[in-house]
Design a protein around this ligand. Structure first.
Ligand code: GLA
Length: 734
């Protein structure tokens, strides 16, 4: 692993045992892309790189028609200098020009990886895990230095990139576009796989063909959003779960973003991703620096399962920071779907007690515990306990829960305020709003202006008071509406284009302060369910509430889709009541649990209200999860049958040593006399005999080549007359 440098040709080859990323100086000094894909010989040099013009175009060198930017593959293309495709950055200069030419100046290579100030980013545990290449380029006229950062990791088919801008002149310039990457590929025979949806149906995979022209996804909601996730895959047209080439790109960022695939008339593909340039204007004064968020670029030649497995391991080892990193997550009981805001201490203790009886480890008090918060019209922003509901406050309740033998967790929504709150009455100028204009409410609330440090400070002090005076071991950090009327009151017009980005930097800074003060706390992020499920958030909160839709049938799709880009252990997944609160669907408690096991696992209902039989099942489930959670949360995931294609779905996890595996099969609507399918398992040891559910024995190769027949689970399948059923198989090596 490392970076091979060809000093004379100014070419840089980042490689590990699996991938190669080869870039070099073009004829006019710009950095160009040469190759990205499966590992090739590190001694490959391309002489005369980018002498490409077929017929005269615009040429950077006077009277030399042999080189044009229009046909070049570039690493960080400028606007207006001969490349007619979309740029990666734009700098508005004092004279009004946006034209720039970046020219290579120097480079440095070192072991390890530096953090990005104020932003989430992947990291190394020891310097020897990765090598970083920094290439410094300069625009001599705008007097801006642009450094391209590349890190290659030894154990992963992954390159990370980010860019930093520095004003090295005397005059202010304005960044109006600063994307995190450009990936120029020599052909466009790819499909774009995006993860889209809305509240309650987050991250459904959707595949679009990449053809001549432009396709893109974006968010202008101020958060990454349930609508489009900041993770996409570009895959070869015939790539499936088990074979074929694919490139995954995550933006490690939680605010507005854009991901764009552009195919020019020469069939070359340009992919760019980063902060959405819409309403982004970042002034850079003399000496100032701006860092873009990071992108994680993953690669496979072996199908989407391989791509996801690589990402999962990378995120678990090199992105998540938490005392719970690579540790089993506590089984929790959350009161939201049981009580919403209608509770008092007695009711809460009663629910928690039953949870304790079932063996649950952590009780989480959700929304409604503070201020005048009896419904969603009041109280947000007033972070002091409502003593009508909780006479001994959070301190007292936490102690009572601890005395039951459970840990205590708390819900907060620090970025928001209700107009009907003491905080808003005291500081009406602390919300994002345009003077004299209507304010658009969402869930009866407004967004606090986290671009202002004094607002973040105020929220921090109140939260500090609560957390430091109670024994809290978990926090669910919610964010329940998108940003509208993005305007920072009292701030000069020329700084308004900074507000979206400064807002999310404010969120990150508050997380950072709380993590520093309370390093033992397990954070779970949430945004009306899965509206901010992104790689940026995982850096602060190692798990995220997947969706407010807790219906088991719906969760099959939501969690299956989420698994393309995010590890199982990051997915907040709970068993809730039946009929389900969102869909009204009835589903047996074990079927609900069979889906929820593949995540953090917990319960979202009042166990006092379930039947005795179901409660016995819950007790068994908790015992079962405690035994197998290492495998459920950290096993290697194989998606086998997609719920987006059929009435069935199946997937499995395999332990690192391949001695244990768990397979789940799920069926939507009940069918009669259906075809028998053999589901080919993956990732087993071919010559090992596996005992299936302590019963039948089969060789690994038989299970992988012939498969596990659906006939064997016919009994609940068509005789039961039930829809929405599942079957779980535990495989143990002999
Ligand atoms: C959001 C969350 C829910 C719950 C409510 C509380 O919708 O996604 O889980 O916490 O807020 O208001």
């Amino acid at each position: 692993m490392g970076v091979k440098i060809f000093e004379k040709e100014k070419q840089f080859h980042l490689f590990n045992s699996k991938i190669s990323y080869l870039i070099g100086e073009c004829r006019d000094g710009e950095i160009g892309q040469i190759y990205f894909g499966k590992r090739i010989n590190e001694n490959q040099i391309i002489l005369g790189y980018q002498t490409l013009a077929g017929r005269p175009y615009c040429n950077p060198a006077e009277y030399d028609e042999s080189y044009t930017k229009e046909l070049a593959c570039l690493e960080y293309p400028a606007f207006g200098n001969g490349d007619m495709r979309g740029s990666a950055y734009e700098i508005r200069q004092a004279n009004g020009s946006r034209v720039t030419n970046l020219v290579y100046k120097s480079h440095v290579v070192y072991e390890g990886k530096k953090p990005i100030p104020g932003l989430p980013a992947s990291y190394v545990n020891t310097d020897s895990e990765a090598t970083t290449l920094e290439i410094r380029c300069v625009d001599e006229v705008a007097k801006v230095e642009v450094t391209l950062y590349y890190t290659i990791f030894e154990d992963y088919s992954i390159i990370t990139r980010h860019v930093s801008f520095k004003n090295v002149g005397n005059e202010e310039v304005k960044l109006t576009k600063a994307l995190s990457c450009c990936i120029d590929l020599p052909d466009h025979e790819y499909d774009l796989m995006q993860f889209e949806g809305a509240w309650g149906r987050e991250r459904y995979p959707h595949v679009r063909s990449i053809e001549k022209g432009i396709i893109s996804i974006e968010s202008m909601r101020g958060h990454s959003s349930a609508n489009f996730n900041p993770f996409v895959i570009m895959k070869r047209r015939n790539t499936d779960e088990f074979q074929g080439e694919a490139i995954g790109i995550h933006l490690v960022y939680s605010g507005n973003f854009i991901a764009k695939a552009e195919v020019d008339n020469f069939d070359k593909l340009r992919f760019t991703m980063g902060i959405n340039p819409n309403w982004f204007v970042w002034p850079l004064d003399k000496g100032e620096v701006f860092d873009t968020p990071e992108v994680i670029i993953s690669y496979t030649k072996e199908g989407l399962n391989d791509l996801s497995q690589n990402i999962h391991k990378f995120m678990n080892n090199n992105l998540v920071r938490s005392p719970y990193k690579n540790k089993p997550r506590p089984i929790l009981l959350n009161n939201w779907e049981a009580t919403e805001m209608n509770f008092d201490e007695g009711k809460i203790i009663n629910i928690a007690k039953k949870g304790k009886e079932a063996g649950i480890e952590l009780f989480v008090l959700d929304d409604g515990w503070f201020g005048k918060r009896n419904d969603d019209r009041a109280g947000l922003g007033d972070w002091f306990a409502n003593t009508d509901k909780l006479p001994d406050g959070i301190t007292g309740l936490a102690k009572k829960i601890n005395d039951l033998g459970m840990d205590f967790g708390l819900w907060i929504e620090p970025e928001m305020v209700n107009p009907d709150s003491d905080l808003y009455r005291a500081h009406p100028d602390w919300v994002l709003a345009v003077p004299d204009r209507r304010r658009t409410l969402g869930r009866h609330q407004m967004v606090l202006d986290f671009s202002k440090p004094e607002v973040v400070d105020n929220v921090y002090y109140h939260l500090y008071d609560i957390i430091s005076t109670a024994n809290i071991s978990y926090i669910k950090w919610d964010m329940n509406r998108s940003i509208t009327e993005c305007f920072s009151q009292g701030v000069a017009p020329e700084y308004q284009g900074m507000v979206y980005h400064k807002y999310i930097l404010g969120v990150y800074s508050l997380y950072e302060r709380l993590i520093k003060d309370f390093p033992h706390i397990l954070f779970e992020s949430c945004a009306s369910g899965g509206g901010r499920f992104d790689a940026g958030m995982l850096y602060y909160a190692p798990q995220a509430w997947c969706s407010d839709d807790t219906d088991g049938h719906e969760r099959v799709k939501i969690q299956y889709g989420t698994s393309y880009g995010y590890p199982l252990v990051s997915m907040g997944s709970h068993v809730s009541a039946s009929p389900n609160g969102q869909t009204g669907r009835v589903m047996a408690i074990n079927d609900r649990a069979n889906i929820a096991y593949f995540g953090t696992f917990g319960y979202e209902l009042d166990l006092n209200e379930v039947s005795e039989e179901d409660f016995e099942q819950v007790k068994n489930q908790v015992v079962f999860m405690k035994k197998y959670r290492g495998l459920f949360q950290y096993g290697t995931l194989y998606r086998l049958q997609s719920p987006f294609e059929k009435n069935y779905a199946s997937w499995m996890v395999v332990s690192e040593d391949k001695k244990q595996a768990i397979v789940v099969m799920y069926k939507g609507l009940n069918t009669q006399n259906t075809e028998v399918e053999y589901i080919k398992l993956q990732g087993l040891e071919p010559d090992t005999v596996y005992t299936i559910n302590d019963n039948e024995k089969m060789y690994g190769d038989f299970l992988m080549e012939r498969g596990l027949g659906t006939l064997g689970w016919n009994e609940p399948w068509y005789r039961s007359g039930k829809d929405f059923t599942s079957r779980m198989f535990i495989l143990n090596a002999e």
